[in-house]
Design a protein around this ligand. Sequence first.
Ligand code: HEC
Ligand code: HEC
Length: 244
Amino acid sequence: MKKAVVLFSIACFVSFAFVIRTQTLFYKPDNFPVPQYDFSKNPLSEKKIELGRKLFYDPILSRNGSISCASCHSQYTAFTHVDHALSHGIDDKVGTRNSPALMNLAWYKTFMWDGAINQLDMQALAPISHSNEMGESIANVVAKLQHSSVYSKLFFTAFNDSIITGEHTLKAISQFLLTLVSANSKYDSVMRKLTNFTVQQNNGYILFQKKCSSCHTEPLFTNLQFENNGLPVDTTLNDYGRNV
Ligand code: HEC
Ligand code: HEC
């Protein structure tokens, strides 16, 4: 009898811990809206996120093994490319745009500066196949991953399938990207009433709400629309984005 009670308690504890664990895989801050991403089509798991993270930092995704996603999305600068105006990729080729910071992607309806992509699970195909970025095809990426004993094991553990597919590769990358939630700044602590702005910060906040928040709308600091902020077009790049 006692043994049954003990086992029951252990079972309760384990399932409770499991619920806590799966909830913490994706962090939705209280002051954020409902995410746009449909998690039911790609339910997060620790193993898939780990796999996606490894892929993100691995130059195996590029044609000659020289460029990873992190080459242009550096972790130490909020996953963007600083120090130059335009991102450069394979064979030092330079594109026409710089990489945006990667954060709060679960709340975005469209991706890229011009919104050319509307599904996070498809996004990675663009840099992989872009001739200035990674210069590779998803079919080759899958073949290289399938040949790697390390990846064969990781994919099997994550997806319970010994055949690696493009879909699983892209979904794993999405899983990692979805964990990049930015909601731990002083601003966020103030919004959660854990601390206060200084007088100067508060003045800046009031000014920001007046002058900036129509486009940089809280709490995501974007209104998720496309706006003209008045900067001149660089005609040498011949990249007019949505202005066509
Ligand atoms: C050669 C540099 C480069 C590499 C490598 C690269 N990116 Fe990017 N990334 C960019 C640029 C530039 C943009 C903006 C593209 C545009 O507007 O057309 C971008 C945009 C994005 C976006 C959209 C973000 C937003 O806010 O709309 C995501 C997500 C992203 N990249 C993820 C990845 C992933 C995942 C990989 C690896 C598979 C990767 N990137 C590899 C340069 C790069
Ligand atoms: C008319 C809409 C609009 C207004 C108003 C506006 N911005 Fe922006 N802002 C943009 C756009 C568009 C971009 C480029 C895309 C992006 O970074 O979201 C941008 C970019 C930025 C960036 C660079 C972000 C990055 O990731 O590189 C900063 C910083 C910024 N704005 C601050 C401000 C501040 C401060 C104000 C108020 C004084 C302001 N903006 C008002 C539209 C606007």
